[in-house]
Design a protein around this ligand. Structure first.
Ligand SMILES: Nc1ncnc2c1ncn2[C@@H]1O[C@H](COP(=O)(O)OP(=O)(O)OP(=O)(O)O)[C@@H](O)[C@H]1O
Ligand SMILES: [Mg+2]
Length: 240
């Protein structure tokens, strides 16, 4: 599924002051592509990811996922759209503390309108299989508080993959992981992109991960600039 942003601006109001964070972003991310978003801390990467995923609304401008305009949609409509099509790995994971690792991974499958075959057993097996693939086959019954930081991150990744979303947004998916574990996560992301044709939008400081992306965008003064693009290609959103 492709992602299209038109004149997207985002301001926050804090103590009577208006803080402009995103200042007019036009972007077309083609379906099935892998895009990395880089930039300094506080430059608006997480804010932009949240807008693209329909977690929040822009102050001005439009966000389209496929042919669906999220901008005019209600909170409920956006939630229903996300449950069907979008996976999200939060920078701070957002696991549900009262659910085990396996139960956390099962949530998107249980909420999805097309459930896997085999009922509750099928859902359980799919969750356990995904946890095994992120190296947590022997941690399925642990609660988040009983997992290390990197293990929680891997549960969050397994959860984001579980319903095979058309678009996956991941905020620093390899940020807290050692090299080998991070490389395993990158492989899993690439497999999802290849097999489920998932569009990947990754925020990362990891240059190894960024180098695997087809396109790298850098946040500059509240806008995005394509890295390595020639002057002619900058702003040429229709290419590709
Ligand atoms: N809900 C909010 N209310 C007010 N200001 C906010 C809000 N969310 C983010 N900001 C501000 O917007 C700016 C961009 O935040 P954002 O989280 O998008 O940065 P980031 O690029 O993801 O940074 P990092 O690399 O540290 O995660 C920051 O200066 C932050 O303080
Ligand atoms: Mg961030």
């Amino acid at each position: 599924m492709n992602i299209e942003l038109e004149g997207v601006e985002k301001e926050f109001r804090i103590g009577g002051r208006t803080l402009p964070i995103l200042r007019g972003i036009d972007l077309l991310i083609p379906e099935q592509s892998v895009v990395a978003l880089v930039g300094p801390s506080g430059s608006g990467k997480t804010t932009l990811l949240g807008l693209m995923a329909g977690l929040d609304s822009p102050t001005r401008g439009r966000v389209l996922l496929g042919t669906t305009d999220l901008t005019g949609a209600s909170e409920e409509e956006r939630a229903a759209f996300r449950a069907r099509h979008v996976g999200f790995v939060f920078q701070t994971f957002h696991l549900l503390p009262s659910l085990t690792a396996r139960e956390n991974v099962q949530v998107p499958l249980e909420l999805h309108p097309d459930k896997p075959a085999g009922g509750a057993g099928g859902i359980r097996r799919r969750a356990e299989d995904l946890l095994a693939r992120v190296g947590l086959g022997d941690r399925v019954d642990h609660y988040p508080a009983q997992l290390s930081g990197g293990e929680r991150q891997r549960v969050a990744l397994a959860r984001a993959f579980s319903a095979r979303p058309a678009i996956l947004f991941a905020d620093e998916p390899t940020g807290n992981l050692d090299r080998a574990t991070g490389a395993g996560i990158v492989e899993l992301l690439e497999e999802l992109n290849r097999e489920a044709k998932t569009t990947l939008v990754l925020v990362t400081h990891d240059m190894e991960l960024a180098s695997r992306a087809g396109r790298v965008y850098r946040m500059v003064d509240g806008t995005v600039q394509r890295e390595g693009a020639t002057t002619a290609a900058v702003g040429g959103a229709g290419e590709g």
